[in-house]
Design a protein around this ligand. Structure first.
Ligand code: ADP
Ligand code: AMP
Length: 223
């Protein structure tokens, strides 16, 4: 399986990626550009220094920087041919460049999942999101509670609140999504690759719907 997972911030891309990894088997590599960038910011690497001002203000990191990260991952020697792209591509130039990379590697996409949710539902999700800075596992103070008070269930210590999860920056990120990423969804629609999923239901219901739709899509496209 080679899947792209798109949707506005807070739609549940990270949460559903964890479910998909489990269900699709461990041969599927999860690439979250957001996690890669946050690690780079934490370690204060040249990539992190470049990306931080864009991330903290809710803007997209420029395409050339993102594509550098992706090319490096896809061109490495023991690259895994089954993958789940979480939040990439987010612009038309990224989608076109990704197509070229996949064409060169002869690895066509299986499908593009779009998690659909309005801004009004996103704010509550994101202001109460907490995440582990070590393993990147995502929690919610109401819907996906950690076992012990704001501590990672995997024993990695205190959870953090992302600095870009404030109401003001969330609105900015949503606006960027509508302007830059909705055209990417149309781009994949023209290629007949879209798997739309309503993301406002509970985590379990979204997972069930998502897995059923992937199965149906595979049958319809004889994959
Ligand atoms: P994204 O990766 O799309 O930004 P996340 O997977 O990090 O979104 O989810 C955002 C927040 O919403 C997290 O705190 C997560 O626990 C919570 N969440 C995800 N899916 C649901 C859902 N279906 N119902 C309620 N809360 C959810
Ligand atoms: P996310 O973890 O997906 O919410 O992404 C957090 C932030 O990382 C975004 O607001 C952007 O600043 C940056 N980012 C993540 N993925 C991309 C991408 N594909 N293109 C540009 N910027 C990205």
């Amino acid at each position: 399986m080679r899947l792209v997972l798109l949707g506005p911030p807070g739609a549940g891309k990270g949460t559903q990626s964890d479910v998909l990894k489990e269900k699709l088997g461990h041969g599927v590599l999860h690439h979250s550009v957001g996690d890669i960038l946050r690690d780079a910011v934490k370690k204060n690497t040249p990539l992190g220094k470049q990306a931080e001002p864009f991330m903290s203000s809710g803007k997209l990191v420029p395409d050339n920087i993102i594509l550098g990260v992706i090319r490096e991952r896809f061109m490495e020697k023991n690259f895994q041919p089954c993958f789940l792209m979480d939040g990439f591509p987010r612009t038309i130039p990224q989608a076109e460049a990704f197509d070229s990379i996949l064409k060169e590697l002869r690895l066509p996409l299986t499908g593009v999942i779009v998690l659909d949710i309005p801004l009004s539902a996103i704010i509550e999700r994101l202001v109460q999101r907490r995440s582990c800075p070590v393993c990147h596992r995502v929690y919610h103070l109401k819907y996906q509670k950690p076992k012990h008070d704001e501590m990672c269930d995997e024993g990695h210590g205190a959870l953090i609140q992302r600095p870009d999860d404030s109401a003001e920056i969330i609105r900015q990120r949503f606006a960027v999504y509508e302007k830059e990423t909705l055209p990417v969804i149309q781009y994949y629609q023209k290629k007949n690759l879209l798997i739309p999923v309503v993301a406002t239901e509970s985590i379990d219901n979204v997972s069930k719907d998502l897995l059923a739709k992937i199965d149906l899509f595979k049958k319809e496209h004889v994959l």
